[in-house]
Design a protein around this ligand. Structure first.
Ligand code: SME
Length: 161
């Protein structure tokens, strides 16, 4: 870990995120508020977004996000880090994206990534995707925080396409 990846107070951030979720009157708005909060409050969360699952098409569709626009609006299951996480149905942490063959670059500045699946009533409905410009940015504390966050955002995911 270096200065750029100094850990925030995740407990306080979790409380703040729950308040933001409650503030969003519409499901899509809650996700946007969470993405904006995380991007604003955690210096090494350089891109924060949600991919929404379309299981019958085995496809991820870009949902609310904060950070640079990405060309990866639709990602088939199995493609890139996000698509692989959709198949594994498990959190996927990549310490250095330069070492990954199956990776979809959003920006040349990105060095590490974490993707956390979101489940609602046992079904995979979305992913939280976070990119960092620092290598090895994510550790167990990020993962634990994002796992908890995934359970509270789950009811607010709108993927009824
Ligand atoms: N890097 C991801 C694509 C999504 S962007 O990071 C926003 C991947 O390999 O799946």
């Amino acid at each position: 870990m270096n200065g750029d990846t100094c850990k925030p107070d995740f407990e306080a951030l979790y409380t703040h995120a729950r308040a933001e979720i409650a503030r969003g009157t519409d499901r899509g708005v809650s996700l946007q508020l969470v993405a904006s909060l995380l991007h604003r409050e955690v210096p090494y969360y350089d891109w924060v977004g949600f991919y929404l699952a379309v299981p019958r098409e085995r496809l991820l569709v870009l949902g609310p996000f904060e950070g640079e626009p990405t060309e990866h609006v639709h990602i088939p299951y199995g493609r890139g880090i996000c698509g692989q996480a959709a198949e594994r149905l498990d959190t996927f942490v990549v310490d250095d994206v330069l070492g990954e063959d199956n990776y979809l670059a959003c920006s040349v500045s990105v060095r590490s990534e974490i993707v956390v699946p979101v489940f609602r009533e046992g079904l995979f409905v979305a992913e939280i995707d976070i990119d960092s410009h620092s290598p090895e940015a994510f550790d167990g504390s990020d993962r634990a925080f994002l796992d908890r966050l995934a359970t509270v955002v789950a009811p607010h995911v709108r993927n009824d396409f």
